[in-house]
Design a protein around this ligand. Sequence first.
Ligand SMILES: [Fe+2]
Ligand SMILES: [Fe+2]
Length: 342
Amino acid sequence: MSAQPPFKKQHLLDPGFELTLRPMRYPQFYEMYRAAIRNTWTVEEVDFAPDVNDLKSKMSPAERHLVHRLIAFFATGDSIVSNNLVLNLYTHINAPEARMYLSRQLYEEALHVQFYLTLLDTYLPDPEERNRAFAAIENIPSIRRKAEFCFRWIDSVQDLKRLETRAQRRQFLLNLICFACCIEGLFFFAAFAYVYFLRSRGLLHGLASGTNWVFRDESGHMAFAFEAIRCVREEEPGLFDADMQGQVVEMLEEAIQCEIAFAEDVLGGGVAGISPRDMRQYLEYCADQRFAQLGMPRQYGASNPFDFMQLQDVQEVTNFFERRVSAYQVGVQGEVGFDEAF
Ligand SMILES: [Fe+2]
Ligand SMILES: [Fe+2]
């Protein structure tokens, strides 16, 4: 008689705190953790000095308004993601190798918080102005609206202690999809687009060089979430039905609306070279990518209107700029340097 397998076959969303790493059920999450470790960077490597000069003497009032709104969004964005990670994702994604990845992601989110804290402190030397930027989530309606969207999806799973039923698992999956597709995959991607737009105008290269690292981290976070969703769908094919897909379509549409309201505010002064209309097309293009990553049909059929984002797409797909630990140890400087590579 053959013995029973030495471990109990569990699904990724089965409740509990599984501890067994061998045999490993999801080696792909462990590999993602290892890849993330190879991409370690520090805020101290980013040189903000050129940006200070740009802000003082090279930018129009409309461009300065764009930057101020952008950094006000950055002031709280990654803290919100971190909170959801700890309160919800870490609780319910039940595999120790997946929790290793989430621990690393939490560190990266803290790094992003540190990056944007340093950015605000550098860009806004006036304490009053600085305090206002940090309080944007309360005072600036277009930022508040995005935050409220996030809080609603965090709150939607706060009563879930254990994912026992189909309905509970779907409730949790919607939260996971929201953070990957809408918050990291739309709100942050839109923010990165503004940064790379400014870089294409020869502005704020310090911010752009740090954003290269953050962009790559966020692409990793999304890849993890999409893989977790793929595993759940494979294990429990009935969960992701037409009803749930309809909810996902609605959720992304609402996120696009929030982000367009932000674009109208951010670009309100009339910034030459970029308009809320361009942003809408870019958001629809990003949303279509998220649908594809979820294995769903595209909804908008939009193409990428921004030439300056093309390289970033390549970066997301290939992880071409993976930084090796040895290179890091000899102190390679901040810029990811893809301008030279292409
Ligand atoms: Fe982040
Ligand atoms: Fe993230």
